[in-house]
Design a protein around this ligand. Structure first.
Ligand SMILES: Nc1ncnc2c1ncn2[C@@H]1O[C@H](COP(=O)(O)OP(=O)(O)O)[C@@H](O)[C@H]1O
Ligand SMILES: [Mg+2]
Ligand SMILES: [Zn+2]
Length: 455
């Protein structure tokens, strides 16, 4: 037998390289490379069944689109169903990633309450004993009809149990504790994580049983993270959030059965995760009034408009190169906005420290936040509050112009719903004749006009 070829894979991001690296050239982490046998053919393809015979082909128009061809289970958590693309698809493998302690086990145990009413669920834990799971279930108010517990970490034994018991849904908590005994490496290594995921994937497809698989994101890099299995599974959901704050955001990084734009918002309480149907209200609660440097923005998360507050603080710098610190907003974009403020409006920040913070741990990717960030920077510099009932959105161009963004009407509606009175929007995004009841909508085509509007 020829010697199996090996590759080196980064535990943190899954980057592959033919040689060992001390530092990953892709994600920059140190000491994360692990030698892995290149995947043997037998595990990557479905086996020997693919004999060489011609297959029948189907005209696109005749592909079955009926309800029965795609069964989805509703989890009883609207926020989770939305991120899944409308529920859990039969036979799909869903990876739920997140840092330890963020609430992955909690979420999955909670949905068992609803799912268990009509389906049988096998909850496999390699981390906790059956007793611990029962105690957690009691705390979460999960009675658990239809819920079966298996404390096991031998992946092959789990696969056999699933094949013989045929539950409707399987939960694996967590993939890093699972191992196949024939494979000569420790649970949590890249080889084990990949091979176990492959094993469960084949099982999910052949038995048409959906799997939820928990994958810990580990900053230390000692165990393989969810990134090394992202390409194998059907959907990847990440649970994000600041452990010091109670709310959590669930985001899809990949979904073969739905959009990856949708997010779900949860609040971690003593008795488990609660769905947050009104994230804007939550993100804006406790907002200071009459303070300079604050502006409310409206960002789109999938099809949902979400309001959040941006705070800027501009202070005299004691250093030769002033500090620029951002949280939740792109660092380079702040530099760009500062350059536009300086070049087009003559405001000088070069001797000042600048801090920009999106409150509540939200990470904003959208250029629609440019205008509110610029307004917060302006407000802090001039030390004039913008007014507590003002909201703004729009992309900033290098010429100081305010450019249009998508979903303008939805954003305005969300602002009105939360009681805002003045909405500053890109002029080109609204028609001059358009009327909005209950809120003053001001279209601006330049940053200068936006500042005039709040004078
Ligand atoms: N006995 C408990 N009482 C109250 N809260 C708890 C208890 N145990 C865990 N939690 C909360 O649940 C969180 C752990 O969630 P968990 O679902 O176990 O995380 P994960 O599975 O993602 O590692 C903890 O951060 C804590 O806030
Ligand atoms: Mg857990
Ligand atoms: Zn890496």
């Amino acid at each position: 037998m020829p010697k199996m070829k090996s590759v080196f894979v980064c535990r943190s991001c899954g980057f592959e390289s033919p040689k060992w690296n001390g530092r990953c050239p892709n994600c920059g982490e140190w000491n994360t490379f692990e030698e892995v046998d290149a995947l043997p053919k037998s595990s990557s393809s479905a086996g020997k069944s693919s004999a060489r015979v011609a297959r029948s082909i189907t005209p696109l128009k005749e592909v079955d689109l009926s309800e029965a061809s795609e069964v989805r289970y509703h989890t009883g958590m609207e926020e989770l169903d939305r991120v899944l693309g409308g529920g859990l698809v039969k036979g799909s493998l869903v990876l739920l990633g997140g840092e330890p302690g963020i609430g992955k086990s909690t979420l999955l145990l909670q949905i068992c309450e609803h799912l268990g009413k009509e389906h049988t669920i096998l909850y496999v834990s390699g981390e906790e004993s059956a007793r611990q799971i029962r105690l957690r279930a009691e705390r979460l108010g999960v009675v658990g009809d239809g819920l079966y517990i298996l404390a096991e970490s031998d992946a092959q034994a789990i696969a056999d149990t699933v094949s013989s018991n045929k539950p409707d849904i399987v939960i694996i908590d967590s993939i890093q504790t699972m191992g196949i005994s024939e494979i000569n490496s420790a649970p949590g290594s890249i080889t084990q994580v990949r091979e176990c995921t492959n094993l469960f994937m084949r099982l999910a497809k052949s038995e048409e049983i959906p799997f939820f698989i928990v994958g810990h994101v580990n900053k230390d890099g000692a165990i393989a993270g969810p990134k090394v299995m992202e390409h194998i599974v059907d959907a990847v959901l990440y649970f994000e959030g600041d452990r010091n704050l109670s709310y959590r955001i669930l985001r899809a990084a990949k979904n073969r059965f739905g959009s990856t734009n949708e997010i779900g918002v949860f609040d971690m309480k003593d008795n488990g995760l609660e769905q947050v149907e009104n994230p804007s209200q939550m993100l804006l609660s406790g907002r200071p009034t009459g303070v300079s440097g604050c502006c409310v923005l409206c960002t789109m998360e999938g099809t949902r408009p979400i309001l959040a507050e941006v705070q800027a603080l501009v202070t005299k710098s004691g250093q030769t190169s002033p500090r620029r610190v951002t949280t939740g907003f792109d660092f380079n974009r702040v530099w760009m906005i500062l350059a536009v403020l300086e070049k087009r409006l003559g405001f000088c920040y070069s001797a000042l420290d600048v801090y920009v913070n999106i409150i509540g741990g939200l990470k904003i990717q959208e250029p629609a936040a440019d205008l509110p960030v610029a307004m917060a920077l302006y407000s802090s510099l001039t030390d004039k509050p913008l007014g507590d009932d003002v909201i703004a959105f729009g992309e900033l161009g290098l010429g100081g112009e305010i450019r249009s963004v998508s979903h303008v009407e939805q954003r305005i509606a969300e602002a009105r719903r939360l009681g805002f009175k003045k909405c500053i929007v890109p002029r080109h995004a609204i028609k001059s004749t358009q009327k909005f009841a209950g809120i003053e909508v001001i279209g601006v085509s330049s940053l200068r006009q936006a500042f005039e509007a709040v004078k």
